[in-house]
Design a protein around this ligand. Sequence first.
Ligand code: R5P
Length: 258
Amino acid sequence: MDWGMKNRLSRLFNTKTGKCVWLAIDHGYFLGPVSNLEDPAKTIKPLIPFTDALMLTRGILRNCVEASLGVPFILRVSGGNSIAGPALSNEGIQTCMEEALRLNASAVAISIYVGTEHEHQTLMALGKLVDEGQRYGMPVLAVTAVGKELEKRDARYLGLSCRIAAELGASAVKTYYCENFSSIIKSCPVPVVIAGGPKLETELDALKLAHDAIKEGASGVDMGRNIWQSPRAVGMIKAIRGIVHDKMPVKEAGKLLK
Ligand code: R5P
């Protein structure tokens, strides 16, 4: 692996544990001002010390994150869709590799929509991004998006999407936790991280989700709503860190919630 690619990946995955706690705040690129993320700068300020990397768009990065903080980030470069539009799967690359390099991103992220009418365009976009990423030493994170069809989140569908993403050259894949998650891990040759999805009923439910995913082989989390929509967001991210980096059981991690 090229030095630059290796160096970028080492900013994202803790070099001691090999795992990651990324904070996803990219929701606005198609959802607009999501609850508790209306003012991203305010939301993330207390969470940054416990975050290995942010996942966000260039607009939020430039306007809401101090460059001098030095926090690593994964730049979402796909978009062009919205919750108000006809098809969430109709995404393309809307931020170029030159911009990712200029901003000093540690990786770029793109959603793929396997099994939709826009499957082909999103997979071709992934391939193009990987080619550019190889040229410049930039890892590519593929996100196995399901749009509004949350019921798609099963091992058969997500396993298919993750494997395709890896085959097309993604350095890592972000997907959802589901029943029989270990089968996804077994058939995906690159690190798999999980999204949290919409806010679960309790914080302990979200901690259990992270715990089970790590136990079954996930390389970490790229979680958003279950952290920053919690009234105890700092406690939540500390607890998630305990699970991911310190192998804490849910009960012990739960004590970090305050
Ligand atoms: C989708 O909007 C984004 O890719 C999010 O980064 C992803 O869904 C993770 O955030 P959450 O844990 O809120 O699902």
